[in-house]
Design a protein around this ligand. Structure first.
Ligand code: MYA
Length: 415
């Protein structure tokens, strides 16, 4: 107990505290309570200003040595340009990364995807952090940051996007994750960056928004066979297949794959479009060239080029993220497309996304996933997406928002 508190504290505050502790939002977070993030106790407090929670400190005051790991482990910087290292990271994630609640599927990011996701313009090799067992040199944990400019309301803030936090299954619950988070924070600080954005399936202090996944079946028979979805009430397999059938090719005149020479037009489209959301990336042409130019089996992007004026009027994109199917006799991989950034100006969003579904089907994806961020809610029902059970919480590190956002106010998709 704290000084001044008796073991049996029956004050109203103590009862409220006990009640909060028994609720999930009142759950104690021994690590997160020490970090400059919005705390549950401050939710709704209008006296706290928006913006950085802690000021930047002089670089000379940033800790110069890495944090201590348990004695059997050592830090390693993962060179994602090296095929060998990329393979090790790939294997760690393939076997130990995010699973659904029922442990039926596990993300299986491809090597090409990881190499793309971790090497955007201006990336820092030092932010690709691994932990190895000292004796065997086996890679047992990983965390990454990449630099990004994120606009929060009127302000463009340099941030790190932190992702791919993974601790080997055999090393769980040993408080390794907090050390890894502190180490990536230290290395981000060394580059004079003081904010970060990240997403997680778990509730931590404190989400800026909570988004929901929606899933559009493209190959319903396989999805049902592997237990991803179930046959609806009063539905047969053949009626289900018919329900999800799509035309063979996109309907919008001028719908075509994005090319390098589209980068300036797509950058302008995206800039203007993303300006509507409270939190969104602030992309320049280099970012667009990296993040939105098609890369085989990684990212697909399409523009609508007006047949008359040759103007680029609309844009849509999705990324490729397969999942391993755990313990199924017939199938090992679920091929999923994830909605990325879409810009609808002249082509209605519903039609644009229907075309995205059509090309995803052509490319043999089993399912098309979208979060209810941006204007995605406006098309999911009509395009026969079904709500998923997973939620994705979005967070900012060292940046306070006075109020949580609705997912539709968010213009950010993290990989
Ligand atoms: S989200 C994807 C996360 N990865 C997975 O879900 C893969 C499968 N799971 C694992 O590998 C492990 O379970 C992980 C935790 C590694 C997740 N984000 O070591 P522990 C807190 C943040 O004993 P383990 C992604 O990659 C937990 O609340 N914190 O636990 C974005 C507890 O703290 P507290 C998390 O299960 C990552 C502590 O860790 C997460 O062995 C963004 C327990 O540690 C989580 N997903 O390992 C990271 N899960 O007691 C933050 C658990 O306080 C970046 N915890 O509740 C912050 C910004 C940093 C840069 C700042 C720059 C300025």
């Amino acid at each position: 107990p704290q000084p001044g508190q008796s073991q049996e504290d029956n004050s109203l505050e103590a009862i409220v505290r006990q009640f909060q502790d028994s609720m999930s939002v009142g759950k104690q977070h021994k690590f997160w309570e020490t970090q400059p993030v919005g705390q549950f106790k401050d939710v709704g407090d209008k006296n706290l200003p928006e913006g950085p929670i802690e000021p930047a400190t002089p670089l000379s005051e940033v800790k110069q040595e890495p944090y201590n790991l348990p004695a059997q482990y050592e830090w390693t910087t993962c060179d994602m340009e090296s095929d060998e290292t990329c393979n090790e990271v790939y294997a760690l994630l393939k076997n130990n990364y995010v699973e659904d609640d029922e442990n039926m599927f596990r993300f299986n990011y491809s090597k090409e995807f990881l190499s793309w996701a971790l090497r955007p313009p201006g990336y820092y090799k030092s932010w690709h952090i691994g932990v190895r067992a000292k004796t065997s040199k086996k890679l047992v944990a990983f965390i990454t940051g990449i630099p990004a400019r994120i606009r929060v309301r009127g302000e463009v803030v340099k941030m790190a996007e932190v992702n791919f936090l993974c601790v080997h299954k055999k090393l769980r619950s040993k408080r390794l994750a907090p050390v890894m988070i502190k180490e990536v924070t230290r290395r981000v600080h060394l580059e004079n960056i003081w904010q970060a954005a990240y997403t997680a399936g778990v509730v931590l202090p404190t989400p800026v928004t909570t988004a929901q996944y929606w899933h559009r079946s493209l190959n319903p028979k396989k999805l049902i066979d592997v237990g991803f979805s179930r046959l609806g009430a009063r539905m047969t397999m053949s009626r289900t297949i018919k329900l999800y059938k799509l035309p063979d090719s996109p309907a919008t005149p001028g719908f075509r794959k994005m090319e390098l020479h589209d980068v300036p037009a797509v950058t302008r489209l995206l800039r203007d479009y993303l300006a509507q959301f409270a939190v969104a990336p602030y992309f320049d042409e280099d970012d667009v060239e990296h993040w939105l130019r098609p890369v085989e089996n990684v990212i697909d992007s399409f523009v609508v080029e007006s047949p008359e004026t040759h103007e680029i009027t609309d844009f849509c994109s999705f990324y490729t993220l397969p999942s391993s199917i755990l313990g199924n006799q017939n199938y090992s991989t679920l091929k999923a497309a994830y909605s990325y950034y879409n810009v609808s100006n002249k082509t209605p969003l519903l039609q644009l996304m229907n075309d995205a579904l059509i090309v995803a089907k052509q490319k043999d994806f089993d399912v098309f996933n979208a979060l209810d961020v941006m204007f995605n809610e406006s098309f999911v029902k009509e395009l026969k997406f079904g709500p998923g059970d997973g939620q994705l919480h979005y967070y900012l590190y060292n940046y306070r928002l006075q109020q949580a956002l609705r997912p539709s106010e968010l213009g950010l998709v993290l990989l």
